[in-house]
Design a protein around this ligand. Sequence first.
Ligand code: IPM
Ligand code: MN
Length: 371
Amino acid sequence: MKLKIALLPGDGIGPEVIQQAVKVLNAIAEKYTHTFEYSKGLVGDVAIKEFNNPLPEETLKICADADAILFGAIGDPKYDNNPNAEVRPEQGLLQLRKKLGLFANIRPVHTYTSLLHKSNLKEHVIDGADLVIYRELTGGIYFGERKLSDDKLSAVDTCNYSVEEIDRIAILAFEAAKLRRKKLTLVDKSNVLETSKLWRTRVAEISKQFPSVKLNFLYADNAAMQLILKPTQFDIILTENMIGDILSDEASVISGSIGLLASASIGKHTALFEPIHGSYPTAKGKNIANPLAAILSAAMLLDHFELYDEAENIRLAVEKSIDLNITTPDLNTTNHFSTTNVGNFISDFILDDDNTFYNKSNIDLGQSTII
Ligand code: IPM
Ligand code: MN
């Protein structure tokens, strides 16, 4: 298969992790004889520096010409300390989502056996957790009208949802649930918010088309608690934009590190794949950032084009790296590996037909040629 992939590495650790994801994609291309062509665009702070625009026209064009987009991260501390900055890196990502119509953000969360004991949560609580968050991505309070009063003493953000916006992601989420454990939890604040009431009504209506899927509802505050108390109760979580943002960071603790969580943002015409972590500015250039979320996002990209064996091969290699503790400091505090080491291991593992070569003692002794 021939795929044109737009690369938007962005800020902070974005370029480092995207470099590893590309290395892994190239290994897949070689092994399965695919052609992946890349074109790079600027987004976020790097684009502001060059064009005073977090999403230049040129970048949008590169995205429009591509079959899919692989995105790194955006953000820089200089904006965090200046809430009044008119131009911000985040606007680049938000505009990109809106302009490309990427309405469904899919964030899978599951555990890795060899990381269970390292979690901040109790092993028996997280063991077996396997859920997917369907986060609405182009509506809600993120895109509603906002205003600071002239006297700067009050501000307003508006949360809007239309039935079309609710229905299209709800249908995707039900379809996914049908192929999984057939349970869908809608998370909202319908005890308070009008938009949430509309979500409940519509989702209940749509559920009639999916009789095999069991639908239940949770208020967001309770859902935040349940995620930590008993994550195994969830299969598909469907929710609006901001609740999904918050719950997915929380859910990353179940996996072991936010550096493991990949995501796909699906639209009608294109799709974007990105790690859910941010730009982690303090790690920039240090070769310590975890590339697995970016690499797993590349696997989701392959899934999107029905290259299931290829995607599975990446996931197998990622599991292997975790099992062998060939991981960055977020997962491995004692004897950690660099961002590049992890990327090299994964791409070499994919290309090596006889994986028996990779055994722990080789790695520990530094005898493996891959490190
Ligand atoms: C995410 C991020 C973004 C969001 C930020 C960078 C605007 O946190 O993708 O989860 O809030 O959606
Ligand atoms: Mn977020």
